[in-house]
Ligand binder design. Structure first.
Ligand SMILES: [Zn+2]
Length: 337
């Protein structure tokens, strides 16, 4: 018999889901779509940005609640400016409030963690778990061969199980959720598979500019470990590939986004913006920074109407409402029509 969580544990938590703990003692049931293959162990991908709770974090919290009964699981902490230090800040971590000194709680934690790490960490791989801290010990997917190690951080984590997810796990793109171990295919499934704006695959996996990629009816997904899996489609994809913009822009860091009056994709070192009347053009570097500072496509400049190019030794990008030029001596200059 499992007894209820001590009231003191519930009272101390920030994010609370109250209810009657279930008597279930079985681990999470495997989804029907799981492939025989398992995902790679997650590399260390520390938090560098502030973001909302990621869908994979929410899904894992819901899985724990459904399996082990209503308990207290916090997922997010406000991100102090300039001080991103935890996956709680970019929405890839959760704190499952269990008391290591309580036999029932300790048994629940042990049961889950044994399930997570059995068979060469099969379920940790499937869920994209990057590390776990519990009761004075830490398990790291990127040091999986070491197993559990003493945890030397300030808090011994005797009042909660901390779980941090990889970017794929946070994005809910690992095989537990998508049935796909390949990061490109997992992203495609997460976007809606054949019902997404990309449509169905045309051809098999390939590589482009160092990224894993696959082509679909209306675009491509590109994956690298520094940019994760992102989609480009339609006229933006055509401009990116046909004009070999990867040389100036790098790989995509967003999927295609709706912007006012058009569409956009951001890349490592620039952006492509599209509208029905202008078509798709790239903007990068100091000219992009000046445009962004004015408000991107919502500024008086509007959408770009050319790629960046040189005229008389001056770099320039044309826009609907003007031109932005750049020289080493003068920096970026905005001139409205
Ligand atoms: Zn935590």
């Amino acid at each position: 018999m499992r007894r209820s969580l001590p009231a003191a544990v519930l009272a101390g938590a920030a994010c609370v889901a109250l209810g009657v703990p279930s008597a279930s003692a079985t681990p999470p049931p495997a989804p029907a779509h799981l492939p025989a293959a398992v995902d790679d162990l997650a590399d260390y991908e520390g938090a560098t940005t502030c973001a909302d709770v990621q869908p994979g974090t929410t899904a894992l919290r819901d899985l724990l609640l459904a399996t082990y009964g209503a308990q207290t699981i916090g997922t997010h902490r406000a991100c102090p400016a300039g001080a991103v230090s935890s996956e709680h800040h970019d929405g890839r971590a959760l704190d499952w409030m269990l008391d290591a000194g309580d036999p029932a709680d300790a048994a629940t934690a042990r049961e889950f963690l044994d399930w997570l790490l059995a068979d060469d960490a099969r379920n940790a791989r499937r869920l994209g778990v990057m590390y776990v801290i519990w009761d004075g010990q830490v398990w790291k997917s990127y040091r999986a061969a070491q197993g559990w190690q003493p945890y030397t951080g300030a808090s011994p984590h005797t009042d909660h199980v901390h779980l941090s997810l990889s970017h794929r796990g946070g994005a809910r793109e690992t095989s537990w959720w998508t049935g796909r171990t390949d990061p490109v295919e997992g992203h495609w499934v997460a976007l809606g598979a054949g019902d997404s704006s990309l449509g169905d695959p045309v051809g098999g996996p390939s590589r482009y500019a160092g990224a894993r990629t696959r082509s679909y009816e209306n675009g491509s997904i590109l994956w690298s470990d520094r940019t994760q899996a992102r989609g480009v489609s339609g006229a933006i994809a055509a401009a990116y590939f046909d004009d070999e913009l990867v040389d100036v822009l790098g790989l995509p860091v967003t999927d295609e986004l709706a912007v006012r009056g058009g569409r956009a994709n951001h890349f490592e070192t620039g952006s492509v913006y599209w509208s029905p009347s202008t078509g798709a053009y790239e903007v990068h570097g100091a000219i992009r920074a000046a445009w962004a500072g004015l408000g991107w496509e919502t500024s008086a400049l509007g959408f770009p109407t050319s790629d960046e190019h040189s005229r008389d030794g001056v770099r320039r990008s044309e826009f609907q409402g003007g031109v932005v030029t750049w020289t080493a001596a003068g920096g970026a200059q905005v001139r409205l029509h």
